[in-house]
Design a protein around this ligand. Structure first.
Ligand SMILES: [Fe+2]
Ligand SMILES: [Fe+2]
Length: 288
């Protein structure tokens, strides 16, 4: 594909594996946008140092927060156990924590239920950032924060909100960026957003995102790609997850290669190219 295409760097779940060398590498690679699909934080660290480094990018960037971002460990545990009342109590500090994250990110927006644009050589694409902090599956996690900050109280309301963004997008060509991918792409553990941590397996994709993608296609918009992470490539119990799927002309990318920086120094991201008609993705490993 000729370089006249839009080129986006998709950075999968960072989980603290990011430093200023990555800033240098991506700034030197002629990207039009660096899209972080979330989970900057680790279990014990809040990822604010990562955010401060991301703020130094000269290339346009956005970060959609994952289920690890802006949360305390007890809060994350309560959400994972689907203990709604406890999770809402624990979620009290989330707005402040997300504010801290936003402050550290400086000019880089903490995206979610938001519209962005990327353009090059006369080609313009609307980027729709999906539900922030998605944890996957059917449970509406982080409900307190999503309600207070975004006015969204359920997965149904979330789907409506995303469909509205599709309608409001100024361009006919769309790319979705989310923390977790959509449902409908398989229910086996190795599927792109399949569940590998329950014996019964299952589709762990987000239904609200699926509704929005289908709505976009039905309304005549061209969905070029959907990029997300969350469901890590390395599977519980062994094996690797499928990370790239093409379905009905849409390219689905799961960029969550964890650890993002290997012990041998390889640093991963996905290069997404689009000429406005099709999209192509390539896993890039830079040793530096
Ligand atoms: Fe993750
Ligand atoms: Fe995650």
């Amino acid at each position: 594909m000729a370089r006249s295409a839009i080129r986006i760097a998709v950075v999968g779940d960072v989980h603290l594996r990011w430093d200023d060398r990555d800033v240098e590498l991506l700034d030197g690679a002629d990207y039009d946008l660096v899209a972080f699909v979330g989970d900057l934080a680790g279990y014990r660290h809040d990822g604010l140092g990562v955010a401060a480094s991301i703020a130094r990018l000269r290339t346009a960037a956005l970060v959609i927060p994952g289920n690890h971002d802006g949360v305390s460990l007890p809060h994350l545990a309560a959400e994972t156990l689907e203990q709604r009342a406890l999770a809402r109590l624990m979620g009290r500090g989330q707005r402040r924590r997300c504010g801290d994250l936003e402050a550290m990110l400086g000019p880089v927006p903490l995206a979610g239920y938001s519209l962005h644009a990327v353009a090059r050589d006369g080609l313009s694409v609307s980027v729709i950032a999906g539900r922030p902090h998605s944890q996957g599956g059917g449970f509406f996690a982080f409900s307190r924060h999503l309600e207070r900050k975004y006015g969204v109280r359920s997965l149904e309301e979330s789907a409506k909100r995303l469909c509205r963004l599709v309608d409001e997008a100024p361009h006919g060509r769309l790319i979705f960026v989310a923390h977790n991918g959509p449902s409908g792409l398989g229910a086996r553990r190795h599927d792109i957003w399949g569940c590998d941590f329950r014996r019964a397996e299952g589709d762990f994709g987000d239904n609200d995102l699926r509704v929005a993608i289908d709505h976009a296609q039905r309304s005549g918009k061209r969905v070029l790609a959907v990029v997300a992470g969350h469901m890590h490539h390395r599977l519980k119990g062994g094996g690797e997850r499928r990370w790239l799927v093409e379905r009905e002309g849409v390219l689905y990318v799961n960029a969550a290669r964890v650890p993002r920086i290997e012990r041998d120094g390889r640093r991963y991201h996905v290069r997404l190219d689009t000429d406005g008609e099709t999209a192509r993705a390539e896993l890039i490993a830079v040793t530096a």
